[in-house]
Design a protein around this ligand. Structure first.
Ligand SMILES: [Zn+2]
Length: 277
């Protein structure tokens, strides 16, 4: 296989480097499904919006053939970052029991921000590539832009005005930030994905992905943080914090903290969510 081989079904085949074998890319990381279903062989999973996989299947079959084996494997650090994030919050949520259990001691973990950001983009792109998003009642076709491929493959740096963001303060109902007081975030509703499209719904330009009760906005466009419209009520990323240095939940002075490690050094702000019991 030459380095410039482009597998026709691989959505990151722009620069070649594909293997001849296509692989099943899970719509949501298989390792995450296992975490939340205890690897139960009886568990079935589906998309509930009529597209993608509308009928229940086993987790091992919850995939689309949209990445070659080489590119699928090269993106696995992104899955690891998401798994680390979810494992940490899920464990705390289970022990806290919606306020009826124990909050415990200070805890802190590190997660690669770059890999986590890539995981959010990969999840959105995989759904888009497999026409698994509903959009104005029809399926979306061929929506992965060249910019998205460059960012997924780390062939370009993220423009400073693009990328991941999280809730910074209450008042944004699109971005969830409480993983601990809604038990559904560790049982049934532990993930979701909602895309942003442009150009007549033909290009994926971001979205909101929830994992473990936390919402992440992601844009492949200038977020317009300097503009007045940024704070308008219908902006899903209003009042958000871009590429956080950390996310931290504090109860009675005890902190559970996720430090995001970024390749560049311009991420000086984090966010602390103060909880009351
Ligand atoms: Zn490929």
């Amino acid at each position: 296989m030459t380095d410039d081989y482009r597998h026709p079904k691989c959505y990151v085949n722009l620069h070649g480097g594909c293997s001849s074998k296509i692989s099943g890319e899970h719509f949501i990381s298989h390792s995450l499904i296992k975490l939340y279903t205890f690897d139960d062989p009886e568990i079935k999973i589906l998309h509930d919006h009529g597209f993608g996989i509308p009928h229940p299947v086993s987790p091992k079959n919850f995939y689309a053939n949209v990445l070659c084996t080489t590119h699928n494997n090269s993106l696995s650090p992104a899955d690891s970052a998401a798994l680390d994030f979810a494992t940490f919050l899920r464990k705390i949520a289970i022990q806290y029991l919606n306020g009826n259990g124990e909050w415990g001691e200070d805890e802190v973990i590190e997660v690669s921000g770059d890999d986590f950001q890539r995981w959010v983009l990969k999840l959105l792109a995989t759904h888009a590539a497999a026409s698994a998003f509903a959009s104005r009642g029809s399926k979306v076709v061929s929506p992965i832009t060249e910019e998205a491929v460059h960012l997924l493959l780390d062939k370009a740096a993220w423009p400073i005005t693009w990328g991941l963001c999280v809730a910074k303060e209450p008042g944004n109902t699109y971005l969830k930030f409480d993983p601990f007081t809604d038990i559904a975030s560790v049982t049934s509703n532990w993930w979701s994905a909602h895309p942003f499209f442009r150009n007549g719904d033909t290009a994926l330009c971001g979205g909101v992905v929830e994992l473990a009760g936390v919402g992440f906005g992601l844009t492949l466009f200038n977020q317009g943080r300097e503009s007045l419209e940024f704070d308008s009520l219908d902006n899903p990323i209003r009042r958000s914090l871009q590429r956080p240095a950390y996310m931290e939940w504090e109860l009675n002075g005890v902190k559970k903290r996720i430090n995001f490690i970024w390749d560049d050094s311009r991420h000086s702000f984090g966010v602390t969510y103060t909880m009351v019991r």
